[in-house]
Design a binder for this molecule. Sequence first.
Ligand SMILES: [Zn+2]
Length: 143
Amino acid sequence: MSTDSGPNAGDEEEAQADLCDLCGTLVLDGTQWNALVRDSSAIHAIDPKYDGKRLVVSCSREHLAAVVEQYERRPFLYAELWAGKITRVLRQHPNGISPEDLARETGLNSDEIKHALTWRNIEVQRWQQQRGQYWTGEPKGGQ
Ligand SMILES: [Zn+2]
């Protein structure tokens, strides 16, 4: 599964087998159960229209219900969604981008961008702390 998939995401998605999001069983096109769930970590490769939505696939009605339930329990974080949008735009501009262009291309205002970047810094710290590493970047702020 890639995070790039979305509803009608690409032509090559159409006739392709997929894996059940719960058990990993290969499900052939036509036999799969699909649902669209809200997921703030789902960022479409190019089309912002599909951001925050994930097309889940499963092998049976029961597994689909279980997968949907997992996503329903996961909090939908706008900061995470915004951070994903920023990452996508930055990836398209490897040489850098002005704050104005970043705001225009992400469709976010400066407060949203600031909020998303703060959230991402906190996530990076948490990720490093979980692995027993020290954050060597800027000191933790915003407390
Ligand atoms: Zn399954």
